[in-house]
Ligand binder design. Structure first.
Ligand code: GDP
Length: 426
């Protein structure tokens, strides 16, 4: 059975935690898109971890973790995170990396930084991890698949030469930066080749067999629906498809019809990093307080540390986000944070050119939308430690049930704290 865990919003919904919880009953956990540009925060018996490149199943020794072909694979981050696990006493996880996954090259990171710098106030708010240049090169057919590292002919050097011709012209003429040498890139790739040798595998065949054997497979999405290249707030999106449907491609070896369950993670309020439309955004002291109290120790980017933009739960965007994912069930997270509010505003519609709409429009129209808010009564207490749905305060249950009705998908999991055990099944 293949299950996907994906985000309905702008990312940072708490997918890492939900994956860590569900990984306990899984045989395989796979990352299928994105790169080290977003972090999944996991709190368990070993401590608190921010995973950028490793799948969230690495804390379960029974799980085979796969980095799929759809991922923008940062070798540097991979090596760093593996070392961190070792240093902090986590038993060595089982990891396979698709031989078709492509490498985030050192110049991808440079180009990401230089381009954001060049754009100035019009920048995308990129995490500067090289993701946009990486995917551009992948689809321009000048990327490096891992299997290419193990080609013993002069092929690699020739290919690097050919690519650097273009890269160096841009570095010199557009960015006014020093050129890169073939030798430097080649040596780096040889370093990668050595470091990755134990992990590179034909994951397509592995997964094909795992599906046939009825193994429990978990696809772990990064970011959320609203950052999807096609369905998100283009152009302020990420450069990969964040939706479960892409899992069939990016994980590799999984027929689309095998993805039976799509657990879509929705945060009980909104946050976003980077630029782009965010209709229910709040500002000033109201935002500062939610940011300070939010997540686990405040809403600050897991990759960049920068303060996240804050807002109320946007049910229009979330309903759309769940539809885009094909959600079969919703995990509703970080609900505990809202316990300080007398009344909790939620966005139930958009006002567009004087009309109230209940759908999430394309970006041009979205820019003109204003939130229609409804206030729900707060529950004014700490719901941490509660393990049964019935034990939640009535106003808290009403908040959940109101959201569920608006979203149109059953909320089956409620997360009331950052730890693995802070979870309520309904
Ligand atoms: P992801 O990328 O979707 O995995 O989300 P992040 O890890 O970036 O952000 C989620 C943050 O919220 C992390 O700091 C988590 O530890 C924290 N978190 C997850 N679930 C809960 C919850 O139910 N309550 C609280 N207070 N924090 C949570």
């Amino acid at each position: 059975m293949v299950k996907a865990i994906v985000g309905a919003n702008w990312g940072d919904e708490g997918k890492g935690k939900i994956t860590d919880v569900l990984a306990q009953n899984s045989d395989v956990v796979i990352r299928f898109q994105g790169g080290a540009n977003a972090g999944h925060t996991i709190v368990n018996d070993y401590g608190k971890f921010a995973l950028h490149q490793l799948p969230s199943g690495v804390f379960n020794s029974n799980v085979t973790n796969i980095i799929g072909n759809g991922v923008a694979f940062s070798v540097e981050n991979f090596v760093k995170e593996m070392q961190e696990l070792k240093d902090r006493g986590v038993p060595e996880p089982k990891i396979l990396i698709s031989d078709r996954a492509q490498i985030v090259m050192p110049y991808h990171v440079l180009f990401d930084c230089y381009e954001e710098e060049r754009l100035g106030k019009n920048s995308f708010g990129s995490t500067k991890s090289g993701i946009a240049p990486f995917y551009s090169d992948k689809y321009s057919k000048i990327g490096f698949q891992l299997n290419e590292l193990y080609d013993d002919t002069d092929y690699l050097k020739e290919k690097i030469d050919r690519i650097l011709e273009v890269k160096n012209a841009t570095l010199k003429n557009l960015y006014n930066k020093p050129p890169i040498s073939t030798e430097e890139i080649y040596n780096k790739l040889m370093e990668y080749k050595k470091a990755l040798a134990p992990y590179v595998a034909d994951t397509f065949t592995f997964l094909h067999n795992a599906c046939a054997e009825g193994k429990n497979i978990l696809l772990e999405g990064q970011l959320g629906s609203l950052k999807d290249t096609d369905f998100g707030i283009y152009p302020m999106v990420t450069s990969s498809n964040t939706i479960a449907g892409y899992g069939a491609v990016g994980a590799g070896g999984i027929p689309p019809y095998e993805i039976k369950d799509i657990v879509t993670v929705v945060k009980a309020y909104s946050s976003a990093v980077g630029a782009g439309e965010f209709v229910s955004e709040i500002f000033g002291e109201e935002a500062d307080e939610l940011r300070r109290r939010g997540g686990d120790g405040g809403e600050f980017g897991a990759t960049t540390g920068r303060p996240r933009r804050m807002g109320w739960l946007d049910l229009v965007a979330t309903r759309y986000g769940c539809r885009v994912q094909g959600a079969t069930q919703v995990a509703f997270t970080v609900l505990d944070v809202l316990g300080y509010l007398d009344e909790i505003p939620v966005c139930v519609g958009y006002e567009l050119d004087g009309e109230i709409i209940d759908y999430f429009p394309s970006t041009t129209k979205l820019k003109r939308c204003k939130p229609v808010l409804k206030k729900l009564p707060g529950w004014k207490c700490d719901i941490g430690g509660i393990t049964k749905y019935e034990d939640l305060p009535e106003n808290c249950r009403n908040y959940i049930e109101f959201a569920e009705k608006e979203i149109g998908v059953p909320i089956t999991i409620v997360s009331n704290g950052p730890a693995r055990s802070d979870i309520i099944y309904r």
